[in-house]
Design a protein around this ligand. Structure first.
Ligand code: FMN
Ligand code: MN
Length: 483
């Protein structure tokens, strides 16, 4: 094995990926992001003949976490498809232009200092206008999981306005192709759903714009856990370091990112519910079919050379987009009561929603249990909390398991809260009612220093493998011994 191979194997990736270690600036445009990924060999261009049904998702999933995928003409469609834009935490750090340890603080900072958008009169997103709508023909809509009820739009930012205040909101909702100009939507009870109920009470539809193909930071902003009337597009502006350009829709009053690839304008119909689902969701299970909201499309606008973005349900892109803004909010929430909380992580094994690892600088016995209760209250999806000391790397599940294995005793360090509110998408709950579990895997403060002293070989971390490995290859070990 060549020394360079050894370096890769041992993860000598502490060395910067970019020559000279110059950090990229925040990414403000999707096409710049594709260039950024391509320059780092993180973009796989796939052969043109791939089918939109399953095959596209199968390929995207095989590259999940390693490379984004670009499908030039899937299913013979003229419009290309991309997937896996942010399937690694480090990529999100790169898009922000910060170190991966600063991702949460950068997101918190953007939420504290939002930047208002600026309106432009003409926009790439409206270069082509379709008023005759046939979504199945106009867009390359893929079908992802085995039992999905057909083709879906999965990476559409849904922009809507509070009917009372006029303030815009951004969220992602899965959208089932239900007819040429009809989409079935899952609106969980948050902001868009609240606006819809207000409109429906007065017999009105709720205008929406579905924005497909935006830069990774705008995508991430859509997942902020923000109060009502906090326009998430202003978080995107803050992350970009420059106000986001928006343009007015052609059939309603909504303002959408001017640089978007595609915008579907429409309205959620009052008093109409139609079958939607099943659909493969982030817990790696199907969400059941049910009568859900319906969007009637009024226009589609796009760039001349638009690129369609799809997020494969349950893939890392789906998990991380939801996970990172939640981590930022949970960390800020915990720090209000516990300033010694150092970091939090929603582990991928807990689908970046259910299992929270918390790192604390412990000051007081019993404190870890209070931290757990704070975390359970921080978001109802949090089902299991493991609290560890500062010397544990919470981004490494093996390290967390080691802390549990050696610092946790179930009779005194376990907290169970029965019959509490959990995630409805967790199939082991009874319709969203389940138990919380907390584990205190911190060392006792009064422990003898040597009892919990982690073993260490002096100098291990300073060894440069390039310098110590002999040029004699392993097969020639006899030669190295002079035999
Ligand atoms: C890929 C992806 C798909 C999502 N699909 C849905 C969905 O179908 N329905 C839904 O209500 N939330 C969905 N979400 C979560 C919401 O977009 C998210 O909670 C958002 O922050 C809600 O915004 P709000 O607080 O402004 O209402 C999805 C999130 C991601 C990352
Ligand atoms: Mn919101």
């Amino acid at each position: 094995m060549a020394v360079t191979d050894i370096r890769e194997k041992v993860g000598a990736a502490a060395s910067p990926l970019i020559a000279g270690g110059n950090k990229p600036q925040p990414i403000t445009a999707l096409r710049d992001w594709l260039d950024h990924l391509a320059a780092r060999d993180r973009l796989a261009v796939i052969r043109p003949e791939v089918s939109l049904k399953y095959e596209l998702a199968a390929i995207a999933k095989r590259f999940d976490g390693h490379k984004a995928t670009l499908f030039p003409h899937p299913g013979g469609h003229a419009m290309p498809v991309i997937s896996g834009l942010v399937s690694d935490r480090q990529w999100i750090a790169d898009a922000m232009g910060v170190d991966s340890s600063e991702v949460l603080s950068r997101f918190q900072d953007a939420m504290l200092n939002p930047l208002p958008w600026k309106e432009v009169k003409s926009a790439p997103a409206q270069e082509v206008v379709h008023r005759e709508i046939d979504l199945g023909k106009q867009l390359p809509l893929p079908t992802h999981n085995e039992h999905d009820n057909g083709a879906y739009i999965t990476a559409g930012l849904c922009i809507a306005r509070n009917p009372a205040t006029g303030v815009q909101n951004v969220s992602l909702h899965r959208l089932q192709l239900s007819g040429p100009d009809r989409l079935g939507a899952l609106l969980l009870p948050r902001h868009t759903h609240m606006f819809y109920e207000m409109a429906e009470r007065s017999g009105q539809p709720l205008d929406v714009a579905i924005v497909i193909g935006v830069d990774p930071l705008t995508l991430l902003s859509s997942q902020a856990i923000a109060p009502i009337d906090f326009d998430e597009l202003t978080i995107a502006g803050a992350l970009h370091g420059t106000p986001l350009s928006v343009v007015k829709c052609i059939t309603n009053e909504l303002r959408v990112p001017a640089e978007a690839e595609i915008v579907i304008e429409g309205r959620v119909l009052p008093k109409v519910r139609e079958l939607e689902g099943p659909f493969g969701e982030f817990p790696q299970y199907y969400s059941e079919p049910a009568k859900r909201h319906v969007i009637e499309v009024t226009a589609v606008t796009q760039r001349k050379d638009a690129i369609f973005h799809t997020i494969v349900g349950g893939g890392l892109e789906h998990l991380l987009l939801g996970g990172i803004p939640r981590e930022a909010t949970l960390l800020a929430h915990l720090r209000r009561s516990f300033p010694n909380v150092q970091d939090v992580h929603l582990a991928p094994g807990g689908v970046c929603r259910y299992h929270l690892y918390v790192k604390i600088a412990k000051r007081q016995e019993g404190e870890a249990k209070n931290v757990m209760m704070g975390a359970f209250a921080g978001h109802y999806d949090v089902k299991q909390v493991i609290v560890v000391d500062e010397d544990v790397d919470i981004h490494n599940p093996t390290e967390v398991e080691w802390a549990v294995a050696t610092r946790f005793q179930a009779d005194r360090d376990l907290v169970i809260v029965p019959e509490s509110q959990g995630s409805r998408l967790d199939p082991s709950t009874r319709n969203g009612v389940g138990a919380k579990m907390g584990m205190d895997a911190t060392k006792p403060l009064d422990a003898n220093e040597m009892t919990f002293k982690r073993i260490r070989v002096p100098g291990e971390d300073k060894i440069d493998l390039n310098k110590v490995v002999s040029p004699v290859p392993g097969q020639s070990w006899r030669r190295a011994l002079g035999q």
